[in-house]
Design a protein around this ligand. Structure first.
Ligand SMILES: Cc1cc2nc3c(=O)[nH]c(=O)nc-3n(C[C@H](O)[C@H](O)[C@H](O)COP(=O)(O)OP(=O)(O)OC[C@H]3O[C@@H](n4cnc5c(N)ncnc54)[C@H](O)[C@@H]3O)c2cc1C
Length: 285
């Protein structure tokens, strides 16, 4: 098997990387390399011209107006341990801590997890729930893509040719009362999700849900929001009847397939179970 690459270009700045990629969009950007190395071993990308982003991607996590901006090069380990993120979007920190094992978390970047566009990408559900923006950099400067519009299909995203992910912006003006991520995989955290779920809730003083957002991974061609679950929760307290309605509603939001990790019927049962357990936790039951 030919694992060789044609050559590697190491820009000195992010702007240089953007300029080079705009000129030659056939280059293959590489950040942490954790997805690309697996795909190379499977025979993809032989003879590729690599664009090494590892030294030039923004990677800080900083407050910016009503947003927290996460550089595309921030690693899962940095995200999992970020104090500001833990206080406004704990679900994202929980997801980052479940991307493979710790050595993977120390290399895997947020930008790579999103650009790879796996239906099972663990950081996607919390970002969908948080109404995050993916900031793309190209020849024309920066543009925002809503997380919900970013995923186009398995392995496909809506970046234009020559665009790189610069950062991810999380609105933080109205932090939720409850924000969680969970996943089901055959070896707990060490493996790609069979089903993943993130829910965020705003609850008022009477315990009524005033805002609900839910998203799932690995149950459709892309990670996706669960509008039916959200609709049955808003305006209700998290009593057993509301939880049962959400458990039923999630079936309308998913279109799982059979694959090597699990059959579709199993994913349907697992999605229902994860929704039930997470809402029971939110209710304090
Ligand atoms: C053992 C193992 C376990 C894993 N477990 C999980 C898991 O539990 N959950 C999970 O979600 N993932 C898992 N992964 C997948 C992987 O670690 C993540 O998707 C990771 O976040 C990818 O980031 P990276 O920086 O390594 O990306 P890379 O491999 O460098 O790149 C991935 C893709 O993104 C593109 N890319 C990278 N950065 C940018 C950018 N800034 N702009 C545009 N395109 C870019 C690359 O061209 C490539 O197509 C696992 C991988 C391994 C090897």
């Amino acid at each position: 098997m030919d694992l060789s690459v044609k050559d590697i270009y190491r820009p000195l700045t992010f702007d240089e990387a953007v300029a080079a990629f705009s000129d030659e969009p056939s280059m293959l950007p590489i950040a942490g390399g954790t997805d690309i190395s697996v795909q190379m071993r499977a025979g993809k990308f032989a003879g590729a011209h690599l664009l090494d982003l590892s030294g030039v991607l923004p990677r800080s996590i900083s407050a910016d107006g009503g947003f927290i901006e996460i550089g595309a090069g921030a690693t899962m380990d940095e995200i999992a341990d970020s104090g500001p993120l833990r206080s406004v979007c704990p679900a994202l920190c929980q997801a980052a801590r479940k991307v493979g094992a710790w050595p993977i978390q120390c290399r895997a970047t947020l930008g790579g997890n999103l650009a790879n566009a796996s239906p099972a990408a663990d950081t996607a559900p919390p970002l969908l729930v948080a109404d995050a923006l993916v900031v793309a950099a190209g020849q024309g400067g920066l543009r925002n893509i809503e997380a919900e519009d970013f995923f186009a299909g398995p392995g496909e995203n809506t970046l234009k040719p020559g665009e790189l992910i610069h950062s991810i912006r999380l609105p933080v003006t109205d932090p939720p009362s409850f924000s969680r991520f969970t996943k089901l995989g055959w070896q707990r955290e060490q493996i790609i999700s069979v089903v993943s779920l993130s829910i965020s809730l705003h609850l008022n003083d009477q315990g009524l849900v005033t805002k609900a957002a839910a998203a799932l991974g690995a149950v459709a061609a892309t990670p996706k929001r669960a509008p039916s679950v959200e609709a049955v929760l808003v305006g209700h307290s998290l009593d057993p009847a509301a939880i049962s309605r959400a458990v039923e509603a999630v079936q309308n939001d998913i279109t799982p397939i059979d694959d090597i990790r699990a059959p579709a019927w199993y994913r349907r049962v697992a999605a229902a179970t994860l929704v039930e357990r997470m809402l029971e936790e939110a209710s304090g039951a």
